[in-house]
Each structure stands twice: as structure tokens, then as C-alpha cells.
Design a protein around this ligand. Structure first.
Ligand code: TUI
Length: 319
């Protein structure tokens, strides 16, 4: 099957693996790309040398296309932009901001640019800037999120732009992928399910917490004073909730707490496996993620699952 996205990128399946900070390293991205999806290295807050190591690792694992996600709030964002150009990375996704100031350099380098956007306004601005496609990410997603749900956002973005759209947020199996296509998306991005992949180096405690979670176990922290972030409930999110309630009571709240409380928390959760005091980012679909599987099994299940659902429904609707 072909979409503008599979054609643009030269991938076998219309499946992206989200570029998750600390989780999406060379091993994970390489395994997803090898399986025929688009593996994406999560730049996160990592310095250039670390991301370079991930790029080298993907290239050891496969010759297939892969991407790098540049997290625009990172102090190293400029360096990662230099790196993807030096390394001739073909695909870049961006998150947590507007990549406008880098566009001329990306285009000059022939890079396919795919910003993640949380609203129609930003989608239109990005299309005018000349980006190649958009990931429309709903607030079901884990990590830093906007305000709209995937259902509402994807449909409105597809209607508002002519470039292809990849749906993200709340997609964890073939049904979700099929739903994304029903909204007009031409690929789906999946994060949470890949955290528990066999090739994922996320700490076993983190994987176990996702596998053991149910639909209502995620919360959004720092919604009102910092950057809204979705993750599994734990001691850290309780402390965030308390700080937020306290900040609401004050006329001039000290919001720096929301930056300091986050610093290092993601590493603690993902790498050290401190799933109580660390950040355990995950999307609302975590309750659907039941077991550890290889990236090949996950990509295949997402694709074949969607095929089956779409074929069944096509039959039903044509009768
Ligand atoms: O970026 C993500 N997810 C993330 S980034 C991240 S690291 C982090 N940790 C704590 C606080 C902040 C970041 C963890 N998860 N997803 C893509 C995404 N991009 N979601 C929302 C956005 C976004 C938000 C605002 C994109 C553009 C934007 O533009 C604002 C503007 O400048 O107009």
C-alpha cells in the first residue's frame, strides 16, 4: 500500500515511531526502520555527540530511511540542527516549538521536514514555510502536549492543509491506525507501544509500569504554569499537582518550580527505573499495551491490524 508519506520517505509501512527523549535511541529507531516503518531518534535534551552515536547505531543496523526528532526547547537544538545537516540525515521531525528559523538551512540541505503541531493555526503557518508534511499530535499522547484531541485535531488539520498529515496521540494498535486513515491521515505515529519493544532500552520498571497500567492512569502535569506533560501517575505527578494547586492560590506564583522539578526527572524514570520519583511519560493508550514484542512484530501488527479492520468495514459499508 502506498500513501504520499510512504512515497515521500521510501518506507514500506505508513508507521512512524515517535522520537521520544531518552527512549528513542539508535537501537529502537534502527529496529523500527529495519522493520519497514520510520524509526525516529529522539534528540530530547541530549548533546550533539550523544545523538551522533544514535545516528551511527541506526546506520549499523540498517540502510533504510530513519529520522531525527529535534526537541526545540533543548539547549542543544542548534547543535542538533548542525548535526543532521553534517550527517545528511534525510528526515527531521520537530517538537515543542516552531522550527521556522531553521527552515532555510533544512531545505538547502535537502532534508524532509515534518514538524509536530498541536493546532490548525500552526499547521497552516508551517505549510506556508514549505515543510513537507505534518504530524498532528493530539493530547492523548504522552510527553509534552497541546489541548486538542487527536480526533478533532487530525480532521481539522487535514481539512486545512494540502500537504500530507501523520496522526499521533492515542494510537496503539491496528484499530487506531485505521481510525487515523479514516480522518484523512496518510500515516500514523506511535510512541507508547514502542517504549515496551524488545529493542527498547527503557528500564524494565518503566516497561512494567506501562504494561500494568489502565486507561485512566495517566495525568497531565504543569498544565497551567509550565509545559503540559502527560505521564503515568506517581509520586512526582502528585508533587506537581500540589505545586500547581499552591501556585493557583498565589497572586505572583514562583513557576520556576515546574522547570526545576522536571530537570533530570525523565532520565531517572527511563534510565534508572525510578518510576515513583522520575518522569514516566506515556500516552492514554498505555492501557492497551499488554506485552513486550519486537519492533518487527509491532510494526506488522499495526499494519496488518489496520488492513483487517479497514477491509471488514469496507465490506460492511458497501453492502
Ligand atoms: O514535543 C513533544 N513531546 C515531548 S517534548 C518532551 S521533552 C519536554 N519535557 C518537559 C517539558 C517540555 C518538553 C516530551 N515530550 N511532542 C510534540 C509536540 N509539539 N507537542 C506539542 C508540540 C508543540 C507545542 C507548541 C509544537 C509547537 C508549538 O508551538 C508553539 C509556538 O511556538 O507557536
Amino acid at each position: 500500500m502506498k500513501t504520499r508519506i510512504t512515497e515521500l520517505l521510501g518506507i514500506d509501512y505508513p508507521i512512524f515511531q515517535g522520537g521520544m527523549a531518552w527512549v528513542a535511541d539508535g537501537d529502537l529507531a534502527g529496529a523500527v526502520s529495519k522493520a519497514g516503518g520510520l524509526g525516529i531518534i529522539g534528540g530530547g535534551n541530549a548533546p550533539k555527540e550523544v545523538v551522533k552515536g544514535h545516528i551511527d547505531r541506526v546506520r549499523e543496523l540498517t540502510d533504510k530511511p530513519f529520522g531525527v526528532n529535534i526537541m526545540l526547547l533543548s539547549p542543544f537544538a542548534d547543535d542538533i540542527v548542525d548535526l543532521v545537516i553534517e550527517e545528511k540525515v534525510k528526515v527531521v521531525t520537530t517538537g515543542a516549538g516552531n522550527p521556522g528559523k531553521y527552515m532555510a538551512r533544512f531545505k538547502e540541505a535537502g532534508i524532509t521536514v515534518i514538524p509536530v503541531i498541536p493546532s490548525v493555526a500552526l499547521a497552516k503557518r508551517m505549510e506556508k514555510l514549505g515543510v513537507d508534511a505534518l504530524v498532528a499530535e493530539g493530547m492523548e499522547a504522552g510527553g509534552h502536549i497541546g489541548k486538542l484531541t487527536t480526533m478533532s485535531l487530525v480532521r481539522q488539520v487535514v481539512e486545512a492543509v494540502s500537504i500530507p498529515v501523520i496522526a499521533a496521540g492515542g494510537i496503539g494498535d491496528g484499530h487506531g491506525v485505521a481510525a487515523a486513515f479514516m480522518l484523512g491521515a496518510e500515516a500514523a505515529q506511535v510512541g507508547t507501544r514502542f517504549i515496551v519493544a524488545k529493542e527498547s532500552n527503557a528500564h524494565p520498571n518503566y516497561k512494567a509500569k506501562i504494561i500494568g497500567s489502565k486507561d485512566i492512569d495517566t495525568v497531565v502535569s504543569a498544565q497551567h504554569f509550565g509545559h503540559a506533560v502527560r505521564g503515568l501517575k506517581n509520586k512526582l505527578t502528585k508533587r506537581f499537582d500540589e505545586a500547581e494547586r499552591e501556585a493557583f492560590r498565589q497572586d505572583n506564583p514562583d513557576v520556576s518550580i515546574f522547570e526545576t522539578m522536571g530537570a533530570g526527572a525523565l532520565r531517572a524514570g527511563v534510565v534508572d527505573g525510578d518510576v515513583e520519583n522520575g518522569a514516566v511519560m506515556a500516552g492514554q493508550i498505555a492501557g492497551l499495551v499488554h506485552k513486550e514484542e519486537t519492533c518487527e512484530e509491532i510494526v506488522r501488527d499495526l499494519y496488518e491490524g489496520a488492513r483487517e479492520v479497514i477491509a471488514q468495514e469496507a465490506k460492511r459499508w458497501s453492502e
